[in-house]
Design a protein around this ligand. Sequence first.
Ligand code: NAD
Ligand SMILES: N[C@@H](CC=O)C(=O)O
Length: 482
Amino acid sequence: MTQKTGGLLARVLAAFPAGPNSYPVRNPATGSVIAQVANVGNAQAVTEAVERAALVHPHNSADRKAMLARWYSLFLLHIDDLAHIATLESGKPLAEAKGEVQYAASYIKYYADLEIAGKTIISPHSLNKTRLWTVKQPVGPCALITPWNFPYAMAVRKISPAIAAGNACILKPAPETPLSAFAMKLLANDAGIPDDAFQILSADRQNAVDVVGKVLMADTRIRKVSFTGSTNAGISLMQQAATTMKKASMELGGNAPLIIFEDADLNQAVDGCMFGKFRNAGQACIAVNRIYIHSKIHNEFVSKLAEKIKILRVGDGLNNKTTVGPLITKTSVDRVAALVSSSLESGAQLVFQSSLSNELQASGGYFYPPTLLTNVTDDMEIFKTEIFGPVAAVSTFDTEEDVVRRANDTPFGLAAYLFTNDIARLHRVAENLEAGMVGLNECAISAAVAPFGGVKMSGIGREGSSEGIEEYLETKYLCLAV
Ligand SMILES: NC(=O)c1ccc[n+]([C@@H]2O[C@H](COP(=O)([O-])OP(=O)(O)OC[C@H]3O[C@@H](n4cnc5c(N)ncnc54)[C@H](O)[C@@H]3O)[C@@H](O)[C@H]2O)c1
Ligand SMILES: N[C@@H](CC=O)C(=O)O
């Protein structure tokens, strides 16, 4: 095991040189180039990675557990370096980046400890002279494709169950955050996970689609694809994966409603809303997107929320006073700005918007100021799409029936949140919401022990928990004559 040196980024840059065909990775807080990174642009390189993955020996379960346990320890040992790298390339504040490293590590620990077992089955009368049971076997080489918003957690919650189940995997990280992926791989190799059992193919946006995605999806040796990202990309990958009948998990976009009833603890609801909305500057798949507040408590809620938004500090995530970092790209800033403008043109009211300092405006970074809108209606674009930015958009409701109908009136169904002190209503509404995950008087819902995933256009399959490892296993049924 290597010791913490403080030089993980230097190791990454030395171990993963740019090569002749490279693309730039930028710091979203300054717009400046952090590194040039290898850009896989030919089918041969992808096919070679698959060949290597297909030849990996799965080891026995105890060895895999030991490797994962060592990887977990190294993650925590290098928490400062890992967090620094994530902040540099994703922009998130350092404290959030550290939280993400711990969150990612918790998946490694969970899957290192999880026992994988088949079951025995009582023979039916029709097979009365038999013994029946199942065994769990690795699904086969896995293609893992991840986004930039949680560069460690989204990858690790695929890699660790894939390896725990005995599979080799090829990770295609987001083009914006490959350095986090390289850092994880170095630590994985230090932990004894073989080089070919966890490979990385880094590519820019175009090559990811035209080369890496296409070749991986067409190769029959890849038996599993696990994708986290936008719904449109998920649809395309699933269509491609169908041609080689791969097992597929899709963790896609959301449009989470937050419903606050008139009997809710308002301070608890405001705190929940602040976390659910402004974590990672609003760039989370389970971010609060549509805030529905009962009309009787609307004014009080809005004034409490505005007070909390006013104390957010926008800035470079490396500054330890920053609570809201930059967005990932200039395109994201323009998209969020357009959503706010079109809402205002359609009748929304601007209650508060932070001002960006001259220094931030001149920084070249991709900053968008925390913003609070009211009078938002369901027909506005901002309620129909993922905002993915630090904008709280508020609407009112009067009846439970109406708000549940409106909350469900979206193609998406990832997370939903509700705040109420009426226990019967809490159960009723939670069951009626069309979502894979529901936070009840709580917006911090993610954990390695819990099944994460969506319904409707938010995806297929679950990550984390014991459900998460089933995605990387096949069940084989055995029937023995006795
Ligand atoms: N449900 C979840 O668990 C979850 C978690 C995080 C983010 N997300 C979603 O991710 C989106 C934001 O991330 P993004 O902008 O990086 O999404 P994106 O879909 O543009 O890209 C995600 C990843 O997929 C790759 N990709 C896209 N199309 C591909 C193709 N055809 N072949 C191969 N690779 C391809 C990209 O290069 C990137 O690595 C949001 O919609 C968010 O809700 C969902
Ligand atoms: N926020 C999610 C990931 C989606 O962006 C999580 O908590 O795991």
